[in-house]
Write a protein that binds this ligand. Structure first.
Ligand SMILES: CC(C)(COP(=O)(O)OP(=O)(O)OC[C@H]1O[C@@H](n2cnc3c(N)ncnc32)[C@H](O)[C@@H]1OP(=O)(O)O)[C@@H](O)C(=O)NCCC(=O)NCCS
Length: 176
């Protein structure tokens, strides 16, 4: 549906649920993403989660697929928490397949998603929060035009330590 040079973002289909369920139960991955602590998630509840998300008007979710690997599924991404007054939304990206980390896929996913947010959904700002310890993610977001806007000090418990959360945002070029 949304195509970059490396990836295509397409709808999430029921056939994707087993892979998405594996990501949901991957403790290392969940700790990098942050948020609620990893919990065992049966495939049926992961499927129910994505069905609920599909019907939520304040969310848009995409599967991330690789263009030169016959559309191999490597992760998911989306826009969440649309603020229809301020015209903002939160960006989320998870590449679950480690073979695709650190090769430029993440920044392209974010760029394609941001282009969709600004040009198609007429948002004026996108934002996200990321663990300060997740250097790879922060560098990918900076490469996709995000800037740090603030930092919540020792705000979450993550993998054995209280950790800072970095708040980042990107404005549409004509909105400052
Ligand atoms: C975060 C994520 C989306 C980034 O995508 P990606 O394809 O790995 O990122 P990119 O290759 O586009 O960019 C990675 C950047 O981090 C750097 N990097 C790679 N490995 C790194 C590491 N171990 N530590 C620090 N920086 C690293 C790369 O050099 C690159 O920066 P540079 O261009 O300034 O040199 C992806 O790694 C991912 O989904 N990780 C697991 C889940 C997660 O962390 N999600 C984000 C939650 S907010």
């Amino acid at each position: 549906m949304l195509t970059g040079s490396l990836v295509t973002l397409r709808p999430i289909e029921p056939d994707d649920y087993p892979t998405l369920s594996n990501y949901m139960n991957d403790v290392e991955l969940r700790l990098l993403v942050g948020g609620t602590p990893p919990l065992p998630s049966p495939q049926a509840s992961v499927a129910a989660l994505y069905e609920r998300r599909r019907q939520d008007p304040d969310e848009v979710n995409f599967a991330i697929t690789v263009n030169d690997q016959a559309g191999k599924l490597i992760g998911h991404c989306g826009l969440f928490r649309h603020d229809h007054v301020a015209h903002t939304a939160e960006v989320g990206v998870t590449i679950g397949d480690r073979a695709y980390w650190g090769r430029g896929y993440g920044r392209e996913v974010v760029s394609v998603l941001v282009e969709y947010a600004f040009q198609v959904r007429n948002l004026r700002k996108v934002h996200l929060s990321v663990l300060a310890t997740n250097e790879r993610a922060i560098r990918a977001y900076v490469a996709a035009g995000f800037a740090e806007e603030g930092r919540r000090r020792r705000h979450v418990w993550n993998d054995g330590a209280y950790t800072d959360v970095v708040l980042m945002g990107r404005f549409r070029d004509d909105d400052h």
